[in-house]
Design a protein. Structure first.
Length: 269
């Protein structure tokens, strides 16, 4: 199969975690996506991811982990990090280069703090060490939209806060229409994940991250703010910061050099 693309699930407690895998490389790369995964599972997307991230697939064996399908209402970003560690154990991934995007970045902060032996190198992209007003406003609004079942509005608002006007000119209607793909049964899970984001605070342990760490932020970020990346940089000793001046929260999709930047950092020793 092209790029060894695999769609799988890992039993955990009384539920399971979906994951996808692709790539042919000797080194492991673990990717943890953001909150959007809460309403649209990654299940069945292995081939699409492999094609989208083919540069990574040529160099690494990549695993993208979803969150468990049924989550306790009080689950935290640290709890989710323990699930990621469990999944790595289940798939016999002893150590990996790890990238966390947005909420995924909050989760992998705890993975690197609590299980440093599992993280070879770390990229924290458009994420935050603890809540700020912008994050609380965005997540609270999305929780209300999810409860109302207004998924089109939720997707459109997310896009408006994430992408440049150039992208929105041609894609705004597509993002609103994507609300029709949301499965209502995932709403409680999405709300739990959003609450975990609001409650996230890894600041007390960030000084314990010792692996090489790259922080990537967008100066135009309307969800976590660009300043959040600068705060992370100050709290993680020896970290490297790269700021995109013209992009916001969706820079990992828009910036043409993003994947090359990831490869350059993970590929260097």
């Amino acid at each position: 199969m092209l790029y060894n693309a695999v769609n799988g699930a890992i039993p955990i407690d009384n539920t399971e975690m979906d994951y996808i895998a692709f790539g042919n490389g000797d080194r492991h790369l673990v990717m943890i996506p953001g909150l959007g995964e809460g309403l649209q599972s990654i299940k069945g997307t292995a081939m699409a991811f492999a094609l989208m991230y083919r540069k990574l697939a040529e160099r690494y064996t990549v695993h993208v982990f979803s969150r468990r399908k049924v989550m306790p209402v009080d689950f935290t970003t640290r709890d989710i990090a323990e699930d990621i560690r469990y999944a790595m154990d289940a798939l016999e991934i002893p150590k990996a280069c790890v990238i966390g995007i947005s909420l995924g970045g909050m989760i992998v902060q705890h993975l690197a703090i609590d299980h440093p032996e599992r993280v070879e190198k770390l990229i924290l992209c458009v994420t935050i060490p603890y809540k700020n007003d912008a994050l609380v406003s965005s997540l609270t609004g999305w929780i209300h939209m999810a409860r109302r079942g207004d998924f089109g509005e939720l997707m459109e608002d997310t896009a408006e806060k994430s992408y440049t006007q150039e992208r929105l000119k041609t894609m705004r209607s597509v993002y609103r229409a994507s609300g029709a793909l949301v499965r209502e049964k995932y709403v409680p899970r999405f709300i739990t994940m959003a609450r975990a984001g609001i409650a996230h605070d890894a600041s007390a342990g960030l000084h314990r991250i010792t692996c090489p760490t790259l922080i990537i932020g967008g100066r135009q970020d309307k969800i976590v703010t660009g300043e959040a990346s600068e705060v992370l940089h100050r709290l993680i000793p020896g970290s490297t910061l790269y700021m995109y001046e013209d992009y916001g929260h969706g820079l990992y999709e828009e910036a043409p050099d993003f994947i090359d930047r990831v490869i350059d950092f993970f590929g260097s020793y």
